[in-house]
Write a protein that binds this ligand. Structure first.
Ligand SMILES: C[S@@+](CC[C@H](N)C(=O)[O-])C[C@H]1O[C@@H](n2cnc3c(N)ncnc32)[C@H](O)[C@@H]1O
Length: 284
């Protein structure tokens, strides 16, 4: 696979990042890992589907999101809307440390995961707004042009899976997401083998992005990140789709009016997409 990032760069930064982005308990865990093992874990995170979770993962991913904020919105304060966060607290953990006077908003449908996210983030020194709703309805909650960044932290797959489930009458709001995952994977296997994914998922995906872009400020950026989990592969997630999700999504997103793709140094385009909202005249 194409590595998520450069090993030399991150092996040099990891200690400093762990001091900056881990809490006391996490940092103790990090310090208890022997250096060669830390390096092996880091190499595996960057070069293989993710198969284990430790303070090394947290330090890397939080620091990477801090790099996103610096690249996309260097100002001190920002409003960031995350779509499909589930219970993943990577971005609020980052913002609490790197941009504490900012506002983090998430639109997340699944009730169980939303509850867990609330619990995980309740003590963070950051303004956090949790919207338990389909991000397609974001305009009912946020004013137009009010958000600096819209983030899909490993969320493009989740949004597509929820779209397909909705079409098939499979509940993703009140159910346990992991219990539903095997059904989602079956649907994806069928979509891939019948070559119907684009036909079934693209219109709703683009409609969601179009609605989201209304609350994004002109000049603001939609950021999409992806990486692979080994578990999904083990459970039969179509491997090409799992690996090439963003190159596939990129072709769809190109059709979104009023946005253009921008690139930042240090972000591998296979695993990162940045789409900026522009005035119509600026479109290429
Ligand atoms: C497994 S969690 C995602 C975790 C996180 N993105 C990650 O991978 O680290 C999937 C979440 O995406 C949410 N989701 C999917 N489509 C959504 C949409 N259109 N609006 C809001 N939430 C959505 C689900 O409700 C669920 O809470």
């Amino acid at each position: 696979m194409i590595p998520l990032d450069r090993l030399e760069k991150w092996s040099a930064r990891l200690d400093e990042c762990s001091r900056q982005f881990l809490n006391e308990m996490e940092y103790q865990e990090y310090q208890s890992i022997p250096d060669p093992s830390k390096l092996r874990q880091l190499k595996a995170i960057l070069e293989k589907p993710i198969a284990r979770f430790s303070s090394v993962n947290e330090a890397f991913f939080r620091a990477k999101w801090a790099d996103v904020l610096s690249a996309v919105h260097p100002g001190k304060r920002l409003t960031l809307l995350e779509v499909a966060s589930g219970d993943a607290d990577m971005i609020p953990q980052t913002m609490a440390r790197a941009r504490p006077h900012s506002r983090y908003i998430t639109a997340n449908m699944n009730r169980i995961l939303t509850e867990r996210l609330r619990e995980k983030t309740k003590d963070l020194p950051l303004e956090i707004v949790v919207i338990e709703e389909d991000a397609a309805k974001i305009e009912h909650y946020l004013p137009a042009e009010s958000v600096d960044i819209i983030a899909f932290q490993h969320g493009v797959n989740d949004v597509i899976q929820a779209i397909l489930c909705d079409q098939e009458g499979v509940d993703t709001v009140y159910s346990d997401w992991m219990d539903t995952l095997p059904k989602m994977i079956k649907i994806l296997q069928r979509e891939v083998s019948q070559n119907t994914l684009e036909q079934h998922a693209k219109p709703a995906f683009l409609s969601l992005l179009e609605r989201l872009s209304r609350v994004l400020k002109t000049g603001g950026v939609m950021v999409m990140s992806h990486y692979m989990f080994q578990l999904d592969l083990d459970w039969g997630y179509p491997p090409r789709l799992w690996e090439d999700l963003l190159p596939i999504a990129r072709e769809w997103v190109k059709e979104l009016p009023g946005c253009k793709e921008v690139f930042f140094e240090g972000f591998e385009p296979h695993w990162w997409i940045f789409f900026q909202k522009v005035q119509d005249a600026e479109r290429e």
